[in-house]
Design a binder for this molecule. Structure first.
Ligand SMILES: *Cc1c(COP(=O)(O)O)cnc(C)c1O
Length: 396
């Protein structure tokens, strides 16, 4: 079966529900058992294996989990209330006091913060590593390293990691590998084909796709599933039924939206590349990008979140105001993956600790993060063009 068919079909059982096409929304905390016998038996049902209590999921939850697994690969999926918790809860589930964590330096900022605050207080030591480390990760693995965490391409800087090389070295030394796979979505990178044990989706982004719900999904192999399942039970991780419904609705059209995002993103990236204001476009699907060879080897497509670097003379607040405040189609805001375009300045140099940004030998300037939506690219380019005109005037 191909992904488009999976996206449409997985998790649907209409004739369990009067023929209604979509899995219904069950609101539940209490779940009743008809007999004492059934109440007793329920103790043998693992969380997620049946409807036992609201937090462990309802039929809508299980349907969405099944659909994510069908696309992502792996054995089972569990949901969390948002993408950040889909990053933090597996770390809590798999790590203990005294363990060591290898975390990619280009990780999503709030995941980094979690390592530096709560995990640190819990006695877990984190070493941030160069996203481009490749197989040399072996030199960073300590006897107590339990987890190697990847995100590819990384947040803000879009460096592509050599996932198979890192996972091979990690696995040979008994570490669990986790990847934040939100950029590619389950369609454009298949983590379990590259040796990953745990894959994380901020489903808030492309899966929900309409900027109106938060959702996290964590998929893993059969081997490590018991640790994930028990972590979910111990922490009380879950997702709200109405949000699950919206995420499922989004997932049904993911394979139609993403190719358009990919195409629109490339058109805008190509236009930016020709602009005199722009030093560099950071988009792994662009030939010439440092991450392009790995992207070409491992990915099935590209989403529409990428970066570009403006010349240093456009870094002032006055220039940023001139560019951003009057854009008609690009909003300024966090998150991404919805149908609409976004543009913000970002400051990777304030976060990174293992590596410099810009990387050695790369030009210095204001880094921008752009999310290209489903508008017509002629309109988007005209909007940016007018913004660059205002920015040039402000720089004079
Ligand atoms: C947004 C994001 C998250 C967190 O998702 P939320 O649902 O907003 O909590 C995690 N990882 C990456 C890469 C993200 O971009």
């Amino acid at each position: 079966m191909k992904d488009a068919t999976r996206a449409v079909s997985a998790g649907r059982r209409p004739f369990d529900n009067h023929g209604v096409v979509n899995p219904p929304v069950y609101h539940a905390s209490t779940v009743l058992y008809p007999t004492f016998e059934a109440l007793k038996d329920s103790r043998n049902i693992a969380p997620g294996d049946g409807v036992t209590y609201g937090v462990h999921g309802t039929p809508g939850t299980f349907a969405f989990e099944e659909a994510v697994t069908a696309l992502e690969g792996g054995f089972r999926t569990r949901l969390s209330v948002n993408g950040l918790m889909a990053c933090t809860a597996p770390l809590l589930a798999f790590l203990s006091s005294g363990d060591h964590l290898l975390m990619v330096d280009s990780v999503y900022g709030p995941t980094r913060n979690f390592c530096q605050t709560m995990l640190k207080r819990m006695g877990v030591e984190t070493t941030f590593y160069d996203p481009l480390v490749g197989g040399a990760i072996r030199d960073l693995i300590l006897p107590n390293t339990k987890v190697v965490f990847l995100e590819s391409p990384g947040s803000w800087t879009f460096e592509v990691q050599d996932v198979p090389a890192i996972c091979e070295e990690a696995k040979a030394r008994g570490c669990v590998t986790m990847i934040d796979n939100s950029w590619a979505s389950p369609l454009y990178f298949k983590p379990f084909e590259h040796g990953v044990d745990v894959s994380i989706q901020a489903a808030t982004k492309y899966i929900v796709g309409h900027s109106d719900a938060l959702m996290g999904a964590v998929t893993c192999t059969e081997e490590v599933y018991p640790v994930l399942r028990d972590g979910w039970r111990d922490l009380g991780v879950g997702a709200a039924p109405d949000d699950v419904y919206l995420a499922m609705r989004g997932l049904r059209t993911l394979h139609v939206r993403l190719p358009k995002h990919w195409e629109n993103g490339l058109k805008v990236a190509e236009w930016l590349m020709e602009r005199p204001e722009v030093l560099e476009v950071i988009h792994p699907a662009m030939p010439g990008d440092a991450g392009h060879p790995l992207w070409q080897r491992d990915f099935l497509g590209a989403s529409s979140l990428f970066g570009f670097v403006l010349k240093p003379e456009f870094a002032s607040d006055a220039c940023q105001t001139a560019l951003l405040d009057e854009l008609e189609h690009f909003g300024m805001g966090y998150s991404w993956g919805g149908y609409e375009s976004l543009l913000i300045p970002v400051y990777p140099e304030r976060l990174r600790s293992a590596t410099d940004w810009p990387r050695e030998g790369r030009p210095k300037g204001q880094t921008m993060r752009i999310h290209v939506g489903l508008e017509d690219t002629d309109d988007l380019i005209a909007d940016l063009s007018a913004g660059f005109r205002r920015m040039n005037a402000a720089a004079e």
